[in-house]
Design a protein around this ligand. Structure first.
Ligand SMILES: [Zn+2]
Length: 544
């Protein structure tokens, strides 16, 4: 299987290629230097060629995603995806069914997606759904920030936390570690309310100890992706201080902050929100060890779904509508609330503006990458519109004029912030940057040896239209999208990490499990080969 994508303008920032007209050659699922004259040829003259998109933070599989699907049957009735010769039937809406999730990501030119929040106990469910999500190579992050068994270990035997983290990744098939409101969910589950500072006590530890201990463990293991943190106090006025306090706590280690927009607020808890995006952007710019995805809010419908159950309780109070709250024993919580962001609403418009401020003030696109925290800030299908907001100043100004004026005046967006993202910068924030931050050496670039995941766009003036309907999408060397139509359905590979642990940790954890879980320790690890194969291992840099 050889393919030559001929004569396109290639954007491959990881290899310093910036719009050069050249051929991209693919063979046996990889990018190669050259192919012979028998190779299939795609004429890409006048088109834009980029590596396949990499989504660093989305919610696409598992119990919370499934609960969200069940919460909105009307969305599914309104967006039926009929079976075709190639595609299986399914439904869309904010939270599409598994098959449709895969098809729509591919139709958008994305080929790798991170499921960002998996309770380890739900790994089987997540893996089962990811196997049913075609077209993309999936990977997932395990939630470890509110696990009381791990809290015991942090308190009594902190030197073993590193081995415990490696064991949890091995037991679940996970790729990396996620902390969500460390300690705050467990405190809320106990009826004691959310934490407000990193030094509040929860089950014998503090959020700061949890962040420090697990952040160090991830660092010491040399995992390809640093600890992925959803900070405490999401959405609360004045939370920018918590965000900076979290980063100070992690100092000296790498960390990735999820949906930074929701954590960049000035003001006081319960009071009027302010933007602290300029301060946060400046701090991030000065600290090369830290990265973030934006979590842009898009006007229109969304579905908030989060392990941060106390946040969902607050959202339920705001909407007065549907709410799911679900507990995962020992490990975490979960809340789901359907939500609509309105351009005339002061708070929503400010959130929208803060996300744009972060993008436009960012000094380093490699470390501040694109997300809507799908489907929390909006669907992944809104990425093309977001790209247009970044690339097209006139369009952005037009949207700014329509948004709540009081909110926009509290941002710096009207102060000559006339930056327009280039195609190179878009290629960085949507593929090269996320791949690098995830430590995926075969993704996000088009150098020899990279996976043959390529997206070809018509170079259209309307960047939203351009990025919404790629001309060709190639996954693993197969043309899967042609002229905006899906022409081949295939399954991707699970990407999981390989990190060694001292086997002695198993007896230590067995004891903790007896005390805490209703699940037997020996039944906990995912062993069903059909859930884990085929999988590709990405090595930790410094195995224990
Ligand atoms: Zn998220």
């Amino acid at each position: 299987m050889s393919l030559r994508i001929a004569g396109g303008r290639v954007y491959d920032p990881a290899n310093g290629v910036n719009g050069d007209v050249r051929d991209v050659c693919l063979s046996d699922g990889k990018v190669v230097d050259d192919v012979d004259e028998h190779a299939t040829r795609i004429d890409a003259r006048g088109m834009v060629v980029m590596p396949g998109g990499v989504d660093i933070h989305a919610h696409i599989a598992g119990p919370k995603v499934n609960a969200a699907r069940r919460l909105a049957p009307e969305e599914h009735r309104g967006d039926v995806h009929e079976r075709t010769a190639i595609m299986r039937a399914g439904t869309g809406g904010m939270v599409p069914s598994t098959f449709v999730t895969g098809y729509r990501y591919a139709l958008l030119g994305y080929t790798t997606v991170v499921e960002a929040a998996t309770p380890p106990l739900s790994a089987r469910h997540v893996l089962a759904e990811l196997r049913d999500t075609p077209m993309i190579d999936p990977l997932f992050l395990v939630l470890l920030g509110n696990n009381v068994a791990l809290f015991d270990l942090i308190r009594r035997d902190p030197a073993r936390v590193r081995d415990a983290v490696a064991w949890w990744l091995e037991a679940t098939g996970g790729y990396g570690v996620k902390l969500v409101n460390a300690g705050g969910i467990e405190r809320w589950k106990r009826g004691a309310g959310n934490v407000t500072s990193l030094d509040d006590e929860v089950a014998g530890v503090t959020p700061r100890q949890v962040i420090e201990s697990i952040g160090s463990a991830v660092h010491d293991l040399g995992l390809p992706h640093p600890v992925h943190v959803h900070c405490n106090n999401l959405g609360v006025g004045g939370n920018w201080r918590t965000t900076l306090d979290t980063l100070d706590t992690l100092e000296g280690r790498r960390a990735h902050l999820a949906h930074l927009q929701f954590h960049a607020y000035g003001g006081k808890p319960g009071g009027r929100l302010r933007s602290r995006a300029p301060d946060i952007a400046e701090y991030l710019g000065a600290h090369p060890e830290f990265s973030a995805d934006v979590g842009q809010v898009m006007f229109g419908p969304a579905t908030t779904m989060t392990a941060d159950a106390p946040v969902s309780e607050r959202l339920r109070d705001i909407t007065g509508g549907k709410w799911v709250n679900a507990d995962t024993e020992v490990e975490t919580g979960c809340g789901i609330v359907p939500f609509t962001y309105k351009e005339k609403n002061e708070v929503h418009a400010l959130q929208w503006g803060i996300g744009l401020e972060l993008f436009l003030l960012s000094r380093d696109p490699w470390r501040l990458v694109l997300s809507t925290d799908h489907p929390n800030g909006g669907s992944f299908l809104s990425y093309p519109k977001l790209i247009r907001l970044l690339m097209d100043r006139e369009f952005r100004n037009d949207q700014l004029r329509r948004a709540n004026k009081k909110a926009i005046r509290r941002t710096v967006l009207l102060d000559d912030l006339d930056r327009e993202y280039t195609l190179e910068e878009v290629a960085i924030v949507t593929r090269a940057g996320p791949a690098r931050l995830l430590g995926l050496r075969d993704k996000g670039h088009l150098g020899a040896g990279a996976d043959a995941d390529v997206t070809v766009y018509d170079d259209r003036e309307d960047r939203e239209e351009m990025f919404a309907v790629p001309r060709y999408v190639i996954k693993g060397g197969h043309v899967v999208v042609r002229d905006g139509e899906l022409v081949e359905a295939l399954s991707g590979d699970l990407l999981r990490v390989a990190a060694a642990h001292d086997p002695a940790i198993e007896d230590v954890l067995r004891e903790r499990f007896e005390e805490r879980y209703t699940v037997q320790f020996d039944n906990y690890p995912v062993r069903e080969p059909w859930l884990l194969e085929p999988a590709r291992r990405v090595d930790a840099g410094r195995p224990a």
